[in-house]
Design a protein around this ligand. Sequence first.
Ligand SMILES: N[C@@H](CCC(=O)N[C@@H](CS)C(=O)NCC(=O)O)C(=O)O
Length: 278
Amino acid sequence: MELLSSNRCFDGEHRRYRHRSQVLDCEMIFAVYLPPQARKQPVPVLYWLSGLTCTDENFMQKAGAQKRAAELGMAIVCPDTSPRGVDLPGEDDSYDFGSGAGFYVNATQQPWARHYRMYDYVVSELPALVEAELPVSDQRSVSGHSMGGHGALIAALKNPGRYKSVSAFAPICHPTACPWGQKAFLGYLGDDQETWAEYDATLLIPEARERLPLLIDQGTADQFLEEQLHPESLAEACETAHHHVTLRMHSGYDHSYFFIASFIDEHLDHHAKALGLR
Ligand SMILES: N[C@@H](CCC(=O)N[C@@H](CS)C(=O)NCC(=O)O)C(=O)O
């Protein structure tokens, strides 16, 4: 891994790294915030999965999470949202498919299948790399926004024992039933909808083998709420399956990082508790 930049931040460090991903078969950049406590010993880590059009930079520059992470002694790792520089035809044609829109699935369809394997990348390859190379422990939590909120929910639901806690901001809760999800799943996974269900939080809830409580924040003025996000479907599935969910509707907040910045400390506190930090 190659260190691209380093910035002192709340007595810890924000760093960006480039590395070769075997899983994605391309070079990737990710960001990490290391709190001051990481100078002494490996610290627990929150994986943050971003939404459509994002890179490793949006969360680190806009969410304002570093101050609380430094107080808590929590590292934060931010991967990119798709493979980069792989030059597939049509990859850059739309904001909601292809580059910047990997949807945290392992593609099975051509030409995407060789590179678009963001599920394996964020769940397995990247954690193994950072745990081997950086002072972060295997005590993991996961959170994310929108497409990344979907990613965080499915990562936790599909991998019992892998994460101590999970949360999401304005997640795509039922991707098989919304235009963003349908477009992505059709393109990456093909037209057999049975394969789509494997990556849909609402459909995974009934069979979840670990009942990790879900913390979800959602703004009522979110421009994508009605058409794309469907938190009510997830809440209903949770109720039926007796899966603990805290769905908080916040009056007047939209889909932006202004919303995330307003509640990120509460999410970090939620994860810190599960990670044994407070
Ligand atoms: N059409 C919009 C939709 C994309 C969007 O809202 N992306 C959210 C995630 S789904 C985001 O985090 N954008 C980047 C940012 O706000 O920094 C755009 O291209 O900005």
